[in-house]
Design a protein around this ligand. Structure first.
Ligand SMILES: [Zn+2]
Length: 206
Protein backbone atom coordinates (compact mmCIF):
# COMPACT_ATOMS: atom_id res chain seq x y z
CA UNK A 1 0.00 0.00 0.00
CA UNK A 2 1.34 3.44 -0.86
CA UNK A 3 0.28 6.97 -1.78
CA UNK A 4 0.09 7.15 -5.55
CA UNK A 5 2.49 9.62 -7.24
CA UNK A 6 -0.43 11.25 -9.12
CA UNK A 7 -2.35 11.80 -5.83
CA UNK A 8 0.81 13.29 -4.33
CA UNK A 9 1.09 15.75 -7.24
CA UNK A 10 -2.58 16.72 -6.90
CA UNK A 11 -2.00 17.78 -3.29
CA UNK A 12 1.18 19.68 -4.04
CA UNK A 13 1.22 23.37 -3.05
CA UNK A 14 5.01 23.67 -3.24
CA UNK A 15 7.64 21.15 -4.30
CA UNK A 16 10.36 22.57 -2.03
CA UNK A 17 9.78 24.71 1.02
CA UNK A 18 13.23 26.32 0.75
CA UNK A 19 11.72 28.84 -1.70
CA UNK A 20 8.95 29.78 0.77
CA UNK A 21 9.10 32.23 3.66
CA UNK A 22 7.74 31.78 7.16
CA UNK A 23 5.03 34.32 6.29
CA UNK A 24 4.14 32.19 3.23
CA UNK A 25 3.75 29.12 5.42
CA UNK A 26 1.59 30.99 7.94
CA UNK A 27 -0.64 32.29 5.12
CA UNK A 28 -1.12 28.75 3.80
CA UNK A 29 -2.57 27.65 7.15
CA UNK A 30 -4.96 30.61 7.26
CA UNK A 31 -6.03 30.11 3.60
CA UNK A 32 -6.70 26.39 4.05
CA UNK A 33 -10.39 26.19 4.95
CA UNK A 34 -10.11 22.57 6.17
CA UNK A 35 -7.21 23.34 8.53
CA UNK A 36 -8.72 26.66 9.66
CA UNK A 37 -11.99 24.86 10.55
CA UNK A 38 -10.02 22.75 13.05
CA UNK A 39 -7.95 25.63 14.43
CA UNK A 40 -7.40 25.61 18.19
CA UNK A 41 -8.52 28.55 20.31
CA UNK A 42 -4.92 28.96 21.41
CA UNK A 43 -5.62 27.70 24.93
CA UNK A 44 -2.44 26.94 26.87
CA UNK A 45 -1.32 26.26 30.41
CA UNK A 46 1.90 25.65 32.31
CA UNK A 47 2.73 22.44 34.11
CA UNK A 48 3.24 23.65 37.71
CA UNK A 49 5.99 21.06 38.26
CA UNK A 50 8.48 22.35 35.69
CA UNK A 51 6.84 25.18 33.76
CA UNK A 52 6.42 23.17 30.57
CA UNK A 53 3.92 24.80 28.23
CA UNK A 54 0.91 22.57 27.50
CA UNK A 55 -1.20 23.30 24.41
CA UNK A 56 -4.82 22.25 23.98
CA UNK A 57 -6.96 21.75 20.92
CA UNK A 58 -10.30 20.12 21.69
CA UNK A 59 -10.84 19.47 17.98
CA UNK A 60 -7.97 16.95 18.00
CA UNK A 61 -10.33 14.53 19.77
CA UNK A 62 -12.17 14.27 16.45
CA UNK A 63 -9.09 13.03 14.54
CA UNK A 64 -9.62 9.80 12.61
CA UNK A 65 -7.85 6.83 14.22
CA UNK A 66 -6.67 3.60 12.65
CA UNK A 67 -4.03 2.70 15.20
CA UNK A 68 -5.89 1.13 18.15
CA UNK A 69 -5.37 -2.59 18.79
CA UNK A 70 -9.12 -3.27 18.50
CA UNK A 71 -9.01 -1.71 15.06
CA UNK A 72 -5.92 -3.58 13.95
CA UNK A 73 -7.91 -6.53 12.65
CA UNK A 74 -10.18 -4.28 10.64
CA UNK A 75 -7.22 -2.26 9.36
CA UNK A 76 -6.52 -4.61 6.50
CA UNK A 77 -9.90 -3.84 4.93
CA UNK A 78 -9.80 -0.16 5.88
CA UNK A 79 -7.77 2.00 3.52
CA UNK A 80 -5.15 4.25 5.08
CA UNK A 81 -6.26 7.90 4.70
CA UNK A 82 -2.76 8.94 3.62
CA UNK A 83 -2.35 6.17 1.06
CA UNK A 84 -5.83 7.12 -0.23
CA UNK A 85 -4.56 10.66 -0.88
CA UNK A 86 -6.61 12.32 1.88
CA UNK A 87 -3.92 14.77 2.91
CA UNK A 88 -3.87 18.54 3.26
CA UNK A 89 -1.78 20.65 0.90
CA UNK A 90 1.81 19.47 0.67
CA UNK A 91 4.60 22.05 0.99
CA UNK A 92 7.70 19.88 0.48
CA UNK A 93 8.54 16.66 -1.37
CA UNK A 94 11.82 14.78 -1.69
CA UNK A 95 12.51 11.53 -3.55
CA UNK A 96 13.60 8.42 -1.65
CA UNK A 97 15.09 5.15 -2.87
CA UNK A 98 11.45 4.05 -3.28
CA UNK A 99 8.67 6.62 -3.29
CA UNK A 100 8.83 10.06 -1.66
CA UNK A 101 8.87 11.75 1.73
CA UNK A 102 6.69 14.85 2.14
CA UNK A 103 5.67 17.56 4.60
CA UNK A 104 2.10 18.84 4.88
CA UNK A 105 -0.05 20.94 7.18
CA UNK A 106 -1.59 19.12 10.11
CA UNK A 107 -5.36 18.97 9.55
CA UNK A 108 -5.82 19.11 13.34
CA UNK A 109 -3.18 21.65 14.35
CA UNK A 110 -2.16 22.03 17.99
CA UNK A 111 -1.13 25.58 17.06
CA UNK A 112 -2.54 28.03 14.53
CA UNK A 113 -1.10 31.36 13.33
CA UNK A 114 -3.71 33.52 15.03
CA UNK A 115 -3.52 37.07 13.77
CA UNK A 116 -2.84 39.65 16.45
CA UNK A 117 -2.64 36.93 19.06
CA UNK A 118 -3.96 38.21 22.37
CA UNK A 119 -1.84 37.85 25.48
CA UNK A 120 -1.65 34.23 26.58
CA UNK A 121 -2.99 32.88 23.27
CA UNK A 122 -0.58 30.37 21.74
CA UNK A 123 0.20 31.00 18.08
CA UNK A 124 2.23 28.88 15.66
CA UNK A 125 2.21 26.19 13.00
CA UNK A 126 1.88 22.42 13.10
CA UNK A 127 3.29 20.29 10.29
CA UNK A 128 3.54 16.57 9.61
CA UNK A 129 6.42 14.82 7.88
CA UNK A 130 5.38 11.52 6.29
CA UNK A 131 8.46 9.32 6.29
CA UNK A 132 7.55 7.71 2.97
CA UNK A 133 4.67 7.44 0.51
CA UNK A 134 5.09 3.67 1.03
CA UNK A 135 2.73 2.81 3.91
CA UNK A 136 5.03 0.68 6.08
CA UNK A 137 8.34 2.42 5.37
CA UNK A 138 9.64 4.37 8.36
CA UNK A 139 12.89 5.17 10.18
CA UNK A 140 13.52 1.57 11.24
CA UNK A 141 13.42 0.10 7.71
CA UNK A 142 14.40 2.97 5.38
CA UNK A 143 17.93 2.95 3.89
CA UNK A 144 20.39 5.17 5.76
CA UNK A 145 20.54 7.63 2.82
CA UNK A 146 16.75 8.08 3.02
CA UNK A 147 16.91 8.75 6.77
CA UNK A 148 19.47 11.48 6.00
CA UNK A 149 17.00 12.95 3.47
CA UNK A 150 14.26 13.02 6.13
CA UNK A 151 16.55 14.88 8.55
CA UNK A 152 17.64 17.32 5.81
CA UNK A 153 14.00 18.18 5.02
CA UNK A 154 13.31 18.76 8.74
CA UNK A 155 16.37 21.04 8.85
CA UNK A 156 15.06 22.93 5.80
CA UNK A 157 11.72 23.51 7.55
CA UNK A 158 13.49 24.70 10.68
CA UNK A 159 15.64 27.05 8.60
CA UNK A 160 12.64 28.66 6.91
CA UNK A 161 10.68 29.04 10.15
CA UNK A 162 13.42 30.20 12.47
CA UNK A 163 15.76 32.21 10.24
CA UNK A 164 13.18 33.98 8.15
CA UNK A 165 10.33 34.53 10.60
CA UNK A 166 9.61 37.72 12.49
CA UNK A 167 11.57 38.15 15.69
CA UNK A 168 9.61 37.34 18.85
CA UNK A 169 8.55 40.62 20.38
CA UNK A 170 10.12 41.11 23.79
CA UNK A 171 12.00 37.80 23.72
CA UNK A 172 15.64 37.66 24.81
CA UNK A 173 18.04 36.99 21.88
CA UNK A 174 20.19 33.87 21.55
CA UNK A 175 23.55 34.04 23.37
CA UNK A 176 25.31 34.92 20.09
CA UNK A 177 23.02 37.90 19.56
CA UNK A 178 20.70 36.47 16.89
CA UNK A 179 17.09 37.44 17.54
CA UNK A 180 14.79 34.74 18.86
CA UNK A 181 12.22 33.95 16.17
CA UNK A 182 10.35 31.18 17.92
CA UNK A 183 10.75 27.51 18.77
CA UNK A 184 10.50 24.35 16.70
CA UNK A 185 9.82 21.02 18.38
CA UNK A 186 10.09 17.76 16.41
CA UNK A 187 8.55 14.65 17.89
CA UNK A 188 7.43 11.21 16.86
CA UNK A 189 4.56 9.33 18.46
CA UNK A 190 4.78 5.63 17.70
CA UNK A 191 1.72 3.56 18.51
CA UNK A 192 -1.64 4.41 19.98
CA UNK A 193 -0.49 4.35 23.62
CA UNK A 194 1.39 7.65 23.15
CA UNK A 195 -1.31 9.21 20.99
CA UNK A 196 -0.28 8.16 17.48
CA UNK A 197 -3.60 8.19 15.60
CA UNK A 198 -2.48 6.98 12.16
CA UNK A 199 -0.32 3.93 11.46
CA UNK A 200 1.31 5.44 8.32
CA UNK A 201 4.81 6.46 9.53
CA UNK A 202 5.10 10.16 10.39
CA UNK A 203 6.52 12.74 12.78
CA UNK A 204 5.22 16.12 13.87
CA UNK A 205 6.75 19.56 13.85
CA UNK A 206 5.25 22.29 16.07
ZN1 LIG B 1 -0.69 4.54 4.38
Amino acid sequence: MRLDDADLRRRLEAARLDALSAADLRARFVADADVAANAPAGQQARDPRDGTVILYNEVRARRPHDNRPAEAAARAERPCAICAGQTTGIVDVAPLDEGFTFINKNLYPALFPHAAAADGVASGLHFLQWSSTVHDHDWHNLPQADRVTLLRRLAALERVLLQDGAAEAGAAPWPDGRPLRGYLGIFKNYGYLVGGSLAHGHQQMV
